[in-house]
Design a protein around this ligand. Structure first.
Ligand code: HPA
Ligand code: ZN
Length: 325
């Protein structure tokens, strides 16, 4: 087995992967036909072309608008996990979804969550992969919409739904805007994470930890500009869910040998690797390991650390974590 094959076949967990960003381009085209949604191009292979986070979020919203029936959510969740297993040897995922991108179009929360859970359970039966769900605040929503979303999620809670996260464009909308939503989620027993310092200074990491009560940080690359925040996160063992390809495309680190992930690992931070929005960025979990580890010359020992950091960072209970190591 050559090294790329080895990297693809190592069993993995994934903690930073957006459901809507895992929809296959062909399925997107199929659902658009089913629901009469107009697409920007007839060429399936060009549906997922963009250079900025804003262009990306526009298509992300368009993909979401083709998910209407419970079966649409179930089909896409099932295909998403199938792809994770086939292309990345995925064993366990905590997967984001954006409730308000669906409920604001009139899709009931119960349809969204019910469909996702149907797909997850079918994938577990067929592929042995486990998946849990994290409802994401969409940063461009008003705070009140986010807080109501949390209440609706809690009212429709199932065992698979374990956390609250936050995504969308970071620069215009700082995390403290959503303190109320995070308070409500914590009171309801959800675990907490957030995208932070992907496209904003490291103060957003501090705010997420101290004001929102986040237990881990999604992305976090700008941390390297503040030694004090690096020291704190290292001392507290904060986990960072990093995504090489998506940030290479939309945040201007196209050369993976110079990606901040390299410096975060070198600084002793707890980093693990993820595919973010795999179909939308033309990647997959296995390829993320292959691209980054070959670019940075990481051997099997470092790969083992990255994978085990992932297991430690999950919200599984300790006996499950031990079994997975
Ligand atoms: N960042 C911000 N918003 C997103 C992302 C991301 O990585 N993925 C999906 N929406
Ligand atoms: Zn993300």
């Amino acid at each position: 087995m050559d090294y790329p094959e080895y990297l693809r076949s190592v069993p993995k967990v994934e903690l930073h992967c957006h459901f809507e960003g895992t929809v296959r381009a062909a399925t997107f085209a199929d659902l658009a036909r089913k629901h009469d949604v107009a697409l920007p191009t007839d060429e399936v292979e060009r549906l997922y072309d963009y250079d900025t986070i804003y262009e990306f979020l526009k298509i992300f919203g368009m993909v979401s608008s083709t998910l209407i029936d419970r079966e649409d959510f179930a089909r896409c969740a099932y295909e998403s996990l199938d792809d994770g297993v086939r292309l990345g040897s995925l064993r366990y995922r905590e997967m984001f979804f954006n409730p308000t991108l669906h409920t604001r179009r009139g899709v009931p929360m119960a349809t969204v969550i019910g469909g996702l859970v149907d797909g997850i359970r079918a994938a577990e039966t067929d592929f042995g992969v486990r998946c849990r769900l994290i409802a994401d605040v969409y940063r461009q929503d008003p705070p009140e919409v986010a807080r109501q979303m949390v209440e609706e999620v809690l009212a429709n809670r199932v065992d698979e739904l374990i956390g609250l996260g936050m995504d969308g464009a970071e620069a215009p909308d700082p995390p403290e805007k959503f303190a109320e939503a995070y308070r409500a989620a914590k009171a309801g027993g959800l675990r907490l994470t957030s995208h932070a310092s992907e496209d904003a200074p490291p103060v957003n990491i501090t705010t997420c930890l101290d004001v929102l009560g986040c237990e881990r940080i999604d992305h976090g690359y700008h941390i390297m500009s503040d030694d004090a925040v690096v020291r704190r996160c290292r001392d507290e063992g904060i986990h960072f869910t990093c995504c090489p390809t998506s940030t290479a495309v939309v945040y201007g680190w196209p050369d993976l040998t110079a990606h901040p992930i390299r410096d975060m690992v070198a600084a002793g931070l707890n980093v693990m690797l993820n595919s973010d929005d795999p179909t939308m960025f033309h990647t997959d979990l296995g390829s993320e390991y292959i691209e980054l580890c070959t670019a940075l010359g990481y051997g099997p020992e470092t790969v083992r650390t990255l994978v085990l950091n992932g297991v430690d960072a999950t919200w599984l209970d300790d006996s499950d974590k031990t079994a997975m190591r």
